[in-house]
Design a protein around this ligand. Structure first.
Ligand code: LLP
Length: 424
């Protein structure tokens, strides 16, 4: 990440001291590096190109749907992967056209599909036979043929956290690969569907090499060959997302390795491929800036209580995820370290960012940065415990701007009403 430790300015994201953002915007706040987003998008695109693939990169907007982030990626020519009508509206507002967007998800509603088709969606990934019938009915009613790929479930173990494994037979995602050819043939016979390809996504935060990707793509390649053998047209293959990043000491595969796995399995089919990365692009581009509220000396442990909680960054509570934690103030860079539990203010034991981590002697008012928080950070936050959503900031070289204001408390009251028969 474009984080550097300056002797005077403390921890900086690109050329902007995080202490300045904390002082001017308050905490907790998210900050994203525009140049990290650009650099990582290009690294993926170039790795695929260098492997001899005709490929497009569709940013998984679920990982970060901040408009300014989407706009930066739109400026690079990125497409998007969305999973709801809301995400589609956000990516369009962020400048990524629906004609460069894939619509995935197991539970698309007819209304969402109608909206996507009206916007001229590039591709819909169908996840079941039931959904295919609905897609055809909705499109036919609009006098259209929906461009549909079948998302297959290849029954491959991505060897990642169970909550983010998606490509095993027991998972709710995709069509069993054994049933895919028959469904593809059915699609070709439906009035509202133009079958365009096969999609696969086996999970997220995949770090143990690329063998799971390779296995999944090999199964997809076999399927494509079988479909073509039956005279069914296949225009492209969507290889999904999932490339992991090192949060701690994981050795994550490089984009070149992923590109190699795709090329190895699919290049001979001579068709365009797509990928849907979220975390790999946005994760390392963001930090969560938070202030120490107090340091509590419990009976057996030292608790550093932050003003950010699990409602802001849910990943540690939900997946036992590790995020690096650095002090922002230069005076703490070289101070002695002692184990501490870093916790949030939310009334749940799970609101713990880390336990027994060696950290400098943090004091109330000190600012810390939680690293690699640009993906599935703000996007997963909530207002639990009546804590308004944190502000978001975009940094670009020495420029920075608030790109989402801190949610005012009034928002939490705004849409509520009490019927008078309760009020009495
Ligand atoms: N495509 C599909 C169909 C997906 O379901 C996902 C993520 C992606 C692409 C992007 O995957 P990525 O490249 O970001 O790994 N909240 C979890 C991650 C959930 C991922 C869900 N699907 C976390 O914080 O680790």
């Amino acid at each position: 990440p474009q984080l550097t430790a300056h002797a005077q300015d403390g921890l900086c994201l690109e050329d902007v001291p995080l202490a300045r953002i904390a002082a001017e915007v308050g905490t907790p706040s998210w900050a994203y590096s525009a140049n990290t987003l650009r650099r990582r998008y290009r690294a993926l695109r170039d790795a695929l190109g260098d492997a001899g693939l005709r490929a497009t990169v569709h940013f998984a907007a679920k990982s970060n749907s901040n408009l300014a982030v989407l706009r930066v990626l739109a400026g690079e020519g990125a497409g998007a992967d969305v999973v709801s009508g809301g995400e589609l509206r956000l990516t369009v507002a962020g400048g990524i056209g629906a004609d460069r967007t894939v619509f995935s998800g197991v539970g698309k509603t007819a209304a969402e599909v109608r909206e996507a088709l009206a916007a001229n969606i590039f591709q819909i990934n169908a996840e079941s036979a039931e959904e295919v019938e609905m897609l055809s009915a909705v499109a036919a009613e609009m006098g259209l043929r929906a461009p549909v790929a079948i998302r297959v479930n290849p029954d491959v173990d991505a060897r990642t956290h169970a909550k983010i494994t998606t490509g095993k037979a027991e998972n709710k995602f995709g069509v069993a690969i054994a049933d895919a050819a028959a469904l593809y043939a059915r699609m070709a016979s439906l009035p509202g569907i133009r079958p365009i390809g096969i999609a696969v996504h086996i999970g997220s935060q995949i770090t143990e090499g690329v063998s799971a990707f390779r296995a999944a793509y090999a199964r997809v390649a076999e399927l494509v060959t079988a479909l073509r053998g039956r005279g069914l047209p296949v225009e492209r293959v969507d290889c999904g997302g999932g490339l992991g990043i090192p949060y701690r000491d994981e050795v994550a595969p490089k984009p070149e390795a992923l590109a190699g796995a795709i090329a190895g399995a699919l290049k001979h089919l001579d068709l365009p491929v797509m990928i849907e990365p979220g975390r790999w692009i946005a994760g390392p581009a963001g930090v969560l800036i938070s202030r120490v509220v107090l340091v509590k000396h419990g009976a057996t442990r030292r608790f550093v209580v932050l003003d950010a909680g699990m409602n802001d960054l849910l990943r540690p509570a939900m997946y036992d995820a590790w995020h690096g934690i650095l002090p922002v103030g230069a005076e703490l860079f070289h101070s002695a370290r002692r184990p501490a539990d870093v916790v949030g203010p939310v009334c749940e034991t799970g609101d713990t960012f880390t336990r027994g981590r060696d950290l400098p002697e943090l004091r109330p008012g000190d600012v810390v940065a939680m690293l690699d928080a640009g993906a599935y950070g703000a996007a997963m936050s909530s207002t639990y415990n009546a804590r308004p959503l944190a502000a978001e900031v975009l940094v670009d070289g020495n420029r920075w701007a608030v790109v989402r204001e801190r949610q005012p408390f009034e928002d939490l009251l705004a849409r509520q009403s009490v019927p008078d028969w309760v009020a009495g």
